[in-house]
Design a protein around this ligand. Structure first.
Ligand code: ADP
Ligand code: MG
Length: 351
């Protein structure tokens, strides 16, 4: 990597970006996580003019007048709206790296889901280069998640990480600095929200929005009863929606067991992917995973009881990483701090 040696000038500011479907985090070399905002862009309908990006734009979801559209440029873990993605990356980079001249020297490490195609990779590199990057390296998300969760990725020992984001979940077994086997499934937090919307529509003939469904999930959702926290079982959440028939506004009280029923199917899909990955894993490495356990990262790791349910289904201990929402950004940050020495973990990306 010839570009690595000369660029460490006083004003260079190398960054790692966790370009998530739900949240984008930016890690700046020597500073830590400097930005954490929803991956949302509000644009004027029918144009590409961004009116707001990030937290400000998320406020508008489901509440926009006809003239404004709130776009999530990375719907299923990949860029689905190229222009909005580029606008978003540019906005966040500008916020995280002040000074135009500094930005032109910025080296970026960007996390991508392990399942992305070559075309999708190229789209991300292109968008980042247009946003001002001098060089762009891509790192696979499960690798970044594992590094950020403190797993010994470089050792000859199998480590399993399950990163549950908004659009996708990534399951991977890592050993000797590489991903040995992995699965990327398009089931994540968004699918859990959709399952709550479906449940409320089918069982109670009430229509609720995505924001409300996410609030329900974060408020009282669970994947399995948690014996140490019996208070979770008695929680309720009052939702406002619109009656399917008649269209009148109505409120409804949901209970924690209701929501667990609603979440059953997507939760099972994530657990099934863990099983498949274990089956595909070379026996020595799955033995390591049996011994050392599975580590959960990403926002979905915060769903109470998911660890217990996965442990019961697989017979393997499951741990939730510290600060699961930050793991991927911290892992990319580790690469940024050691951009010169960790190059073997990173494939230099071509635009
Ligand atoms: P991405 O990497 O795709 O941006 P994140 O790792 O940031 O995703 O996780 C975002 C997802 O985590 C969202 O779907 C959000 O609803 C979900 N989430 C956040 N907090 C919780 C929680 N306490 N319980 C369940 N899900 C949560
Ligand atoms: Mg993520």
């Amino acid at each position: 990597m010839p570009q690595a040696s000369s660029s460490k000038t006083a004003s260079s500011r190398d960054i790692g970006i966790d370009l998530g479907t739900a949240n984008t985090l930016v890690y700046a070399r020597g500073h830590g996580i400097v930005l954490n905002e929803p991956s949302v862009v509000a644009v004027k309908a029918g144009t590409t003019t961004a009116l707001a990006v990030g937290a400000e734009a998320k406020e508008t979801i489901g509440r926009t007048p006809g003239s404004i559209t709130a776009i999530r440029p990375l719907k299923d873990g990949v860029i689905c709206d190229y222009e909005a993605a580029e606008e978003m990356i540019r906005h966040f980079v500008r916020k995280a790296v002040p000074g135009r001249r500094t930005r032109t020297r910025t080296r970026m490490v960007i996390c991508v889901p392990s399942g992305v195609t070559q075309v999708e990779r190229r789209a991300i590199v292109h968008a980042s280069t247009r946003a001002g990057a001098r060089t762009v390296h891509l790192i696979e998300e499960p690798m970044a998640a594992a590094i950020g969760a403190g797993l010994p990725v470089a050792e000859p020992r199998g480590s399993m990480v399950v990163d549950i984001g908004g659009g996708t979940s990534e399951v991977a077994v890592i050993s000797l600095g590489g991903i040995v086997t992995s699965q990327s499934l398009r089931v994540g937090g968004d699918r859990l929200d959709a399952a709550i919307i479906d449940y409320v529509r089918k069982e109670h003939a009430l229509l609720i929005g995505e924001r409300t469904a996410e609030d329900v999930k974060v408020g009282i959702g669970s994947a399995w009863p948690v014996p140490d926290r019996p208070e979770l079982e008695t929680r309720t959440f009052t939702v406002r929606g619109r009656e399917k028939v008649g269209g009148m506004p109505k409120t409804l009280e949901l209970t924690a067991p209701d929501v667990r029923t609603a979440l059953d199917e997507p939760v099972e899909a994530i657990i099934a992917a863990v099983r498949t990955t274990l089956e595909e894993c070379p026996p020595e490495l799955s033995g390591d995973v049996m011994e050392h356990g599975i580590v959960l990262t990403g926002g979905g790791a915060l769903l109470p009881g998911l660890d217990l349910r996965m442990a019961s289904a697989t017979g393997i201990p499951v741990y939730v990483a510290d600060n699961p929402l930050d793991c991927v950004a911290l892992g990319s940050g580790r690469c940024v701090e050691d951009l010169d020495t960790l190059s073997s973990l990173l494939a230099p990306a071509k635009g």
